[in-house]
Design a protein around this ligand. Structure first.
Ligand code: NAP
Ligand code: F7E
Length: 352
């Protein structure tokens, strides 16, 4: 049987690395778009990165395709050459706060990027199946306490607005040109491979460093924001399952539970034998370890956003029904997975 061929855009990121591992196990030939950088950016995939460009000799390994979502020509050349069966577009400037500082770049990659890929699919090989990584940030501060595929979007950051454009472009290419193009509307999902400047990884690493006396305090921003936090590894399997459905469609993926940043600090603290209690208000609030009476958390207004989404909680019942999938990893377990792995990474002087 001929092997299926996938192109993962964003393969060096958290999700791209898990998806690549999953597709390789499924016997796919996996090509991954990697940006040229002056420092290594392939830490998450080095264990499965081929040294060859040849599909035959790259058995069970990723073939690196240098590229960037900012270049139509580059995207077209890659698609024309490898003719994938499936494209997973996970590439993005994915940091919400950073998007306020580089809005134009964020729009170019996150909004126009998907358009560039979909145009290339339409013109080169219209039977390629396309998956767009959409985001719960598109719901913004919603009037609905729980959000699903029918909830109105209310994007409130350059990142969220750009993702909303990517979402609609995907739908347009499905409706107008009959391309198999689906949106996976993902609520926050985390793992030991999460980028260091996202709050969960930052909390886990920061608290371990406080424990190891490498630093005195961990500085955070809005402690009261609530997020629906799932496990990234599980969400990547869903991406593949969505492209195996008979029809392209849009699905929310979430756990239907949510916790605050404050809850995450307390849970990670507990795994590390801290008992964190809170004193003070606003920017003067601190988190104190009750056992030692030492302050471990402080607030730095630098981490506040011009506008923050206060609460996200996903209803993924449409997905549960379509592919019989339910999240397996609880919030508590996710925190433990992240803390245990981070201790190991720090011992080995690694980030990921
Ligand atoms: P991530 O760790 O930040 O990875 C983003 C990936 O995109 C990296 O491989 C990055 O490459 C690549 N990239 C950045 N700019 C690019 C460009 N100009 N051209 C091509 N590739 C570029 O993000 P993630 O957490 O894995 O998320 C995957 C996707 O899901 C993203 O689109 C994100 O916006 C979306 N999403 C994530 C979540 C979540 O909670 N994780 C929730 C909803 C939606 P470098 O390694 O070189 O930077
Ligand atoms: O922030 C608050 C912050 O940056 C979560 C991306 O994957 O999920 C992610 O976006 C919350 C926010 O993720 C700090 O204000 C407090 O309320 O980890 P985050 P995010 O903004 O929710 C969505 C679904 C995506 O699509 C995105 O790509 O935590 N917070 N203190 C902080 N956040 C950060 N980063 N750093 C802090 O010190």
């Amino acid at each position: 049987m001929t092997k299926k061929r996938a192109l993962i855009i964003g393969i060096t990121g958290q999700d791209g690395s898990y998806l690549a591992e999953f597709l390789i196990k499924k016997n796919y030939i996996v090509h991954g778009m990697v940006r040229r950088s002056s420092m290594p950016n392939t830490q998450r995939i080095d264990h499965i990165l081929s040294t060859s460009r040849d599909e035959e000799s790259s058995n069970k390994k990723i073939i690196r395709e240098y590229g960037d979502l900012s270049s139509s020509e580059n995207i077209q050349n890659i698609i024309r050459r490898i003719k994938p069966d499936e494209i997973y577009n996970l590439g993005a400037q994915s940091h919400v706060k950073v998007s306020f500082e580089i809005p134009e770049y964020t729009y170019d990659i996150v909004a126009v990027g998907p358009l560039r890929v979909l145009e290339a699919i339409k013109n080169i090989k219209p039977n390629i199946k396309y998956l767009q990584a959409s985001s719960s940030e598109m719901f913004g501060n919603s009037e609905n306490n729980i959000q699903n595929e029918n909830t109105q979007f209310n994007p409130e950051s350059p990142y969220a607005s750009a993702k909303t454009l990517g979402y609609w472009t995907t739908r347009n290419y499905r409706d107008n040109f009959k391309i198999f193009a689906s949106n996976v509307i993902m609520f926050n999902h985390e793992s030991p491979r999460r980028g260091l400047n996202f709050v969960t990884k930052k909390i886990v690493r920061g608290l371990i460093e406080v424990k190891n006396k490498k630093r005195k305090y961990l500085y955070l921003g809005n402690l009261n924001a609530k997020r629906d936090w799932g496990y990234a590894k599980e969400y990547c399997e869903v991406m593949w399952k969505m492209l195996q459905l008979k029809k392209a469609d849009d699905f929310v993926i979430a756990t239907n539970t949510h916790y605050s940043v404050r809850d995450f600090v307390e849970a990670a603290g507990k795994e590390l034998n801290f008992e964190i209690i809170w004193k003070g208000k606003g920017t003067k609030e601190v988190g104190i370890d009750k056992k030692t009476n030492k302050t471990v958390i402080k607030i730095d207004p630098y981490y506040f956003r011009p506008n923050d989404v206060q609460s996200l909680l996903g209803d993924a019942s449409k997905l549960y029904k379509a592919i019989k999938w339910k999240p397996k990893t609880s919030f508590k377990k996710l925190v433990k997975i992240m803390v245990d792995k981070e201790i190991e990474l720090i011992k080995n002087h690694k980030i990921y």
